[in-house]
Design a protein around this ligand. Structure first.
Ligand code: BES
Ligand code: MN
Ligand code: MN
Length: 467
């Protein structure tokens, strides 16, 4: 070891020590962030979204960043940066918006009153909406910056932070923002902290994400809600029509029957399939913890294929008619389903939407109209599971967790990463510390304290390694 290496290795130790010593204060800051109900999908929370962006901007200004909160047609985008002249620049992306909290009555404590909790097997947790997705993860990165800044006085790389507030809506305004700010967002690599680990001990780099198309289908029939006795038997019922159409989407084998749906799906290479078969990814380990026992999708596929390399059609919500207390004997005028497709490989959201539209048209009985929303889409994303930065980050993760990191695919979607490649010519490293039992998008969302603490330490090491 040269004396310079020795000096920097002790600097690294000091920085990690600063993370440990500062954990309590870091948690207090995360709690303040979590108290802001920045629900992006519900227009009623627009002010709170602005508040969350402003809160993060202030944190970063306190750390010596220049920060700008940019207005967009939707919720604001925060861009913060250092300009120290370091040889490399990373673009960090995260989102300050969170999912709605319904059903609220299933939360053990109010979603925006963060608290410490404990899992059945004794892990300490941070419980709140956004704890894992994505405020807790964003703060692992910001706290790493703080520890580096306060210990060494500088950062090993220049950093641009891009925090958006519409990820949970499909990032509708981000592509045009990226285009108009491309020069300002130029970097050597993008880092995203919005994914999970393989398990609580094994750190991971995510190398594929599924794409998504979400839309809404409304079927309308009679010009008003009708008395179901006076008209029943004669009047077409939009809920029946909607139910039949969406039931038709899957056949007995769990395959999607929309013509052309699988045209651009690619089979995973044989060596990947062999590796997947060797994993202990079973209904017992994956489904049992959520109260299920049998995979419901395509019958001839491995469980891991179903959640990583195969496309899906899901109904996320359905409404129509009377859903209040007691009964009301009507035939409703309309019925609506909120729909999302997960896309893989080369599937094109626009093509899938058009194919589904034809599918609906072909099944529409007399006296019914339909409306299919334009929808938001993003293609699937895949990075080559090898690169110098990936190797460096992987070594940094190993040093922190003392376990060989694995590269994994994820069934979730983060629309922006495809845009980074296309609009900013940037590769992305997806590194996150979420766990399968975090209950993201569900009641009682949590983030393990270990994820938060060792996640922060991991970023310190990764930023050093990327320099
Ligand atoms: N962070 C998630 C996606 C995710 C979770 C990726 C776990 C990998 C592991 C993200 O916030 C998310 O929920 N995305 C949405 C996107 C949609 C609303 C366009 C999704 O996947 O449903
Ligand atoms: Mn997220
Ligand atoms: Mn999410």
């Amino acid at each position: 070891m040269t004396s310079r290496d020795a000096a920097s290795s002790s600097e690294l130790e000091q920085t990690l020590q600063a993370v440990d010593d500062g954990l309590e204060a870091a948690l207090a800051r995360l709690f303040a962030f979590l108290r802001i109900p920045s629900i992006s999908t519900d227009p009623a929370y627009a002010t709170q979204c602005q508040e969350a962006a402003a809160w993060a901007a202030k944190e970063l200004v306190d750390l010596g960043f220049s920060a700008t909160v940019h207005a967009t047609p939707g919720h604001p985008v925060l861009v913060a940066r250092t300009d120290s002249g370091a040889p490399r620049r990373v673009l960090f992306y995260g989102h300050y918006d969170v999912q709605p909290v319904d059903p609220l009555n299933l939360w053990h404590t109010p979603p925006f009153e963060p608290r410490m909790g404990e899992t059945e097997d004794g892990r300490h947790t941070i419980v709140a909406r956004g704890a894992a997705d994505d405020k807790g993860q964003v703060m692992t990165f910001i706290e790493a910056l703080r520890a580096l800044k306060t210990t060494t006085g500088h950062l090993p790389v220049d950093v641009t932070l891009l925090l958006e507030g519409e990820e949970e809506c499909g990032s509708p305004n981000l592509p045009s923002f990226l285009e108009s700010h491309a020069a300002e967002l130029k970097a050597d690599i993008a880092l995203v902290c919005d994914t999970g680990m393989w398990d609580a001990k094994t750190p991971s780099i995510t190398t594929s994400l599924r794409g998504i198309l979400h839309t809404e289908l409304t079927i309308s029939g009679p010009s008003r809600d009708l008395h179901s006795g006076l008209y029943g038997g004669a009047a077409r019922n939009p809920i029946h029509v909607l139910s039949k159409i969406i039931a038709d989407v899957h056949d007995e084998q769990g395959r999607v029957t929309i013509p052309g749906f699988y045209d651009d799906v690619v089979e995973p290479p044989a060596e990947i399939l062999a590796r997947w078969k060797a994993l202990n990814f079973t209904p017992e380990s994956f489904l049992k913890p959520v109260g299920l026992s049998e995979p419901a999708g395509e019958q001839d596929r491995l469980l891991i294929e179903l959640v990583q390399s195969r496309p899906t059609f899901e109904i996320n919500g359905i409404y129509g008619g009377y859903i209040g207390g007691g009964s009301k004997t009507i035939i409703p005028a309309t019925a609506t389903a909120k729909i999302s497709f997960r896309l893989v490989a080369d599937q094109d959201p626009a093509k899938i939407r058009a194919a589904f539209e034809q599918f609906v048209k072909a099944r529409l009985p007399a006296d019914c109209q339909f409306d299919l929303a334009t929808g938001e889409g993003a293609r699937a994303f895949m990075v080559p599971p090898e690169s110098a930065d990936l190797t460096a980050a992987s070594a940094a993760l190993k040093a922190e967790w003392q376990v060989e990191p694995v590269t994994i695919g994820s069934g979730g979607s983060i629309p922006v990463v495809g845009q980074f490649r296309k609009l900013l010519d940037l590769d992305t490293l997806l590194i996150g510390f979420g766990l399968d039992d975090d209950r993201v998008h569900s009641p009682n969302e949590k983030y393990d304290l270990t994820s938060f603490h060792k996640g922060t330490r991991s970023w310190v090491r990764i930023l050093e390694a990327l320099a």
